[in-house]
Design a protein around this ligand. Structure first.
Ligand SMILES: O=C(O)CCC(=O)C(=O)O
Ligand SMILES: [Fe+2]
Length: 318
């Protein structure tokens, strides 16, 4: 039986880079990403009030009539409204387009008009409802993602590449709803997959359902509180680290009668991902050629590539 490690990132740990508790936490986090490809992070920057507001916002969002939701279109893969996937009928999701730049959240070209408790926002030619709460939430969760990324770079002694990495990071935030299955319906909420990004931070409304496949092939359930987050390494982190970090298969299975809402923040890199030479030696030959992360997403999103066991290996494996 596997249990995912829980790592404390709360204020009481007073995590300051270089401190004893920072170094210990960095080692713990890196080892967990190597062994399981994920861990549970206790993190208290998002207040319970903001947390509730984000999930109420998601409920309102998914309650909007389907005719309106489908107006949220995007040419970018995984952005916009994704609903009614035939083989996973319980699942709906909405991607929010936002990016962090060095001077904070990039401001959108905004046109807002009210719809119930939400405001519709028009970004370039993408229209979608996003509340200020989601943006506030994203900024706080980014702090967790930044801490973990820094810890991993430092633990591996490759911190000299961190600044360049940070300048390339761009985010996708996706809100998801899983309704409970009706009688005789599959309880598959989301099919097994690995994340294609660098680091994912995943959060849920208190209804469990996530399952992770361990390195030994065993699927195990991950249960976590509304005050905790799952931090997961994706395919890009696996390739970058020459497979020190693990990108685990995971899925969602729905049990019980309550809807599950989750929110995931994915970090993608705009540019070329290259394995630092520090990860390569005679015992550890280079496994992935340098690759353009966003072009890899385009590759993965082609129908014929979606079912590959490891799309990244096909795309740029040595
Ligand atoms: O909803 C979840 O807990 C998982 C979602 C997920 O794995 C994904 O969007 O990549
Ligand atoms: Fe995922």
């Amino acid at each position: 039986m596997h249990t995912l490690p829980t790592i404390d990132f709360t204020n009481k740990k007073n995590l300051k880079p270089g401190s004893t508790s920072w170094l210990a936490t960095a080692l713990e986090a890196t080892r967990a990403l190597e062994e399981y490809g994920c861990f549970i992070a206790e993190f208290d920057k998002v207040t319970p009030e903001l947390n509730d507001a984000v999930f109420h916002g998601l409920e309102d969002l998914f309650d909007i009539p389907i005719e309106t939701k489908v107006l949220n279109k995007s040419t970018k893969p995984l952005y916009g409204y994704v609903g009614q996937i035939p083989f996973i009928p319980l699942y709906e999701s909405m991607g929010f387009d936002y990016s962090n730049t060095l001077d904070g959240v990039r401001s959108f070209i905004e046109v807002m008009w009210p719809n119930g408790n939400e405001a519709f926002r028009c970004v370039f030619n993408l229209c979608f409802p996003v509340s200020a709460n989601v943006l506030a939430y994203n900024n706080l969760v980014t702090e967790l993602e930044e801490m973990v990324t820094r810890m991993v770079f430092e633990t591996y002694g490759v911190e000299k590449y961190l600044d360049a990495h940070r300048k390339m990071v761009t985010y996708l935030c996706r809100g998801m709803k899983y309704r409970p299955p009706v009688e005789n319906e599959t309880n598959m909420g989301f099919v097994p997959h690995t994340d294609k990004d660098f680091i994912t931070v995943l959060h849920q409304n208190g209804v469990n359902g996530l399952e992770v496949k361990a390195r030994d092939g065993e699927w195990f359930r991950v249960e976590f509180e509304p005050s905790s987050y799952i931090v997961m390494s994706g395919d890009a982190a696996m390739a970058w680290s020459n497979e020190r970090l693990y990108s685990p298969f995971h899925r969602v299975t729905m049990n019980g009668k309550e809807s599950r809402y989750s929110i995931a923040q994915f970090s993608f890199l705009e540019g070329i991902i290259e394995t630092p030479k520090e990860f390569v030696d005679e015992e550890h030959p280079l496994l992935f050629k340098p690759f353009d992360h966003l072009k890899y997403l385009d590759f993965y999103n082609k129908e014929e590539n979606r079912r590959l066991e490891c799309a990244l290996r096909t795309y740029c494996g040595v």
